[in-house]
Design a protein around this ligand. Sequence first.
Ligand code: PLP
Length: 479
Amino acid sequence: MDSQEFRRWSHQAADWSADYLESLPGRPVRAQVEPGQIFRQIPDAPPEAGEPMERIFADLDRVIMPGMTHWQHPRFFAYFPANASPPSVIAEQVTAAIAAQCMLWQTSPAATELETRMLDWLRGMIGLPEAFSGVIQDSASTSTLAALLTARERALGHRGNSEGLFGQTPLRVYASAQVHSSVDKAVRIAGFGDRNLVRIPTAGPLFGMDVGALRQAVEADIAAGLKPAAIVAALGGTSIGACDDIAALAEIARAHDIFLHVDAAWAGSAMICPEHRVLMRGAELADSFVFNPHKWLFTNFDCSAHFVRDPKALTDTLGIRPPFLRTLGAEGFVDYNEWSVPLGRRFRALKLWFVIRSYGVEALRSMIRDHIAWSGELAEAIGREPDFAIVTRPILSLFTFRYAPAGTSEEERDRLNAGLVEAVNADGRIYLTQTTHEGRFVIRFQAGATGTSREDVLATLAVVRELAPRAREAASRAA
Ligand SMILES: *Cc1c(COP(=O)(O)O)cnc(C)c1O
């Protein structure tokens, strides 16, 4: 493709993108296709001869788009948001054109130095102290893995890396059942083993770890000759938004030289609003803290902000500098690949720069405040409905509820709510997902998309009120 053609099709892509975003309110939020429907429309072998862009673009609309779930839809209330915003998309186009590998300082000094600055901005925006240094990881999962690897090496005096894990004292990791599954995965990958992930029961209105139970578990492990290595705190757990008392965990961590990692993947963005920082009290005492601007800070996936108190502990764990990666004749720079599991790194700081500068921090705060306020309003409205019950109250913009018509058992309600979620998502006007809470099936709601309005959020009430009785009739017909 020559430069003229590239220009033409880039303009076409820009128009397509703007049309797409404008078209979102008229599309069903969740893809309305059967498994295999898209696969069958794609030839089983690649073309030998190149095809015209016209045809490829036409197939984008014809074949691909019907199979997309629209994460930027203003009525996307499922999971957590994976936000994009127009300035972020524009920065991603530029990033793709530059296509730099930002693994070393010298492979793009601007990428490294902008990353350092952007992470300093973010750190200040969420109120973490200057003692923290940041790096952009591809995901919170990777950040948590990097944190747990660092914790492992700290507990083993770096013998894990040099000698392997065979024959070492078993290391223990403590977390509640409310932490994300990426913690379970990191425990496996980092070699702790499932049986050394100690689940601490939760208590209180924010479903945080029972601190007394944590202290007892740590002390019992030490008495049994095991080595406590890490505590993983939830700041906004994925299921219901659970928040640990980080200050209390930090005290136990400090008393026993345990590494403290805070997973704030979703909720961290809300910490740009000072009124919500009570939830992160004590985070300044953590060793590691992750949040995803790609969730709720209007920045395209992927962009996970990982802050560490002691970057040397991280680079001593992950940094390997073979001769071909040395930068000769230069000093005083950071090579961010030594902070991450992968070597190759995209230029992710650019989209943060575009987003933060084009909105300004106050506008970002006000979007998040709106999401939280509107979710709160919706929760109140649902709570007033005779046939519905709020199960967990809003933590930031996340709450759970249940269709609970009089005269139905809890078991029937589990089935009714599963039917309701499916009916809502087949209907397509809004998109909700489920979780279980205290053994019961509950419906999750969160708001956080860039284009979401108060009207979009409140529309949820009308949709569930309309579809719930129908889901109930369908269930009784089936029974
Ligand atoms: C989404 C989420 C994760 C995983 O984030 P990725 O960036 O997709 O790895 C981890 N923890 C919490 C609390 C989350 O909400």
